[in-house]
Design a protein around this ligand. Structure first.
Ligand code: SF4
Length: 292
């Protein structure tokens, strides 16, 4: 629970506030950009939410905040319940953003995919009863795909409850050594007709992306959308190997996808051709930076 005594002075006056425990993970700014902004090293409420849609999004940000750093002076229980019931948040085609980001993964986003052959969880939200019950109602979790070692969070608890198969790459397997499926590929591996694992080392040696129906690419911390620059971006810091990272970005030039669904960073939906153009632009920018 946020503490009003720790309310940051950068918040505007009003009901919603961010306190000094914020870890600046960006989750609230992704969910409710009309209300939350980055100010210095923290987020802050820069405009109090107004109207049903902004309030709904602000309560979703409050619930998704991994550190409980968002608070209200006066809570509206009905709105709070509505916002909670909205998680997991439908995106498109049976793909959902889970919400309830975990501090264990520094607030990384996680996703849920419904599929007739068994549902998938991509990285892990906090282990909370609401999500367990929703996943149960929607058919459970057959697979838990872990994009890399940093974002496993509560995957083991979800796996124990649903008897899921956790999938992690061998090079990152120290983060989940008892995973049921340790992947040992250097390129790509299909799973059924709809899913494909793509090894994208760079941020970590065992980073892997998951491609679903040649439309949705779950990228972990390998690739995301930069809304300020309106372009794709890849990590410059916390990179295990820059050469591998660039090669892994280039590897995606052969892959058709329309959605980038990131662990850290914004998601984006673009026509496949435009996505490829944006990817080529990223490759060119990073190559230019490397040689200059
Ligand atoms: S979601 Fe919470 S921790 Fe993350 S930036 Fe917002 S207030 Fe800070």
């Amino acid at each position: 629970m946020a503490d009003a005594r720790k309310r940051l002075s950068t918040n505007v006056e009003g009901n919603f506030f961010v306190d000094a425990t914020c870890i600046n993970c960006d989750t609230c700014r992704q969910l409710a950009p009309d209300s939350f902004e980055e100010v210095g090293e923290f987020s802050a409420v820069r405009r109090q939410p107004e109207g049903a849609i902004q309030l709904y999004k602000a309560y979703q940000a409050l619930l998704a905040c991994p550190t409980g750093s968002i608070g209200t002076q006066h809570s509206d229980k009905v709105l709070w319940q509505d916002a909670k019931a909205g998680f997991p948040l439908p995106l498109e085609g049976g793909v959902y953003y889970c919400g309830f980001n975990s501090e264990k993964s520094f607030g990384a986003n996680s996703y849920f995919v419904t599929h007739p052959d068994g549902n998938w969880l991509v990285d892990s939200p906090r282990y909370i009863r609401h999500l367990v019950e929703v996943f149960q109602r929607m058919g459970g979790l057959r697979y838990i795909f872990l994009t890399h070692e940093d974002d496993v969070a509560d995957a083991a608890k979800y796996a124990a409850h649903f008897r899921s198969i956790r999938i992690i790459h061998r090079a990152d397997a120290d983060a989940m050594p008892d995973a049921e499926w340790i992947v040992d590929i250097e390129n790509r591996q299909a799973i059924g007709s709809d899913f494909e694992i793509i090894h994208v080392p760079g941020h970590t040696p065992g980073s892997q992306a998951l491609l679903y129906k040649s439309r949705f690419l779950f990228t972990g911390d390998h690739l995301w959308w930069d809304p300020a620059e309106r372009r794709l971006a890849a990590p410059r810091q916390l990179v295990w190997n820059q050469d591998h990272l660039l090669a892994s970005i280039a590897k995606l030039a052969d892959v058709r996808f329309e959605w980038v669904l990131a662990g850290h960073g914004h998601r984006v939906h673009l026509p496949a051709e435009e996505m490829q153009r944006r990817l080529r632009d990223l490759i060119e920018r990073r190559h230019t930076t490397m040689v200059s």
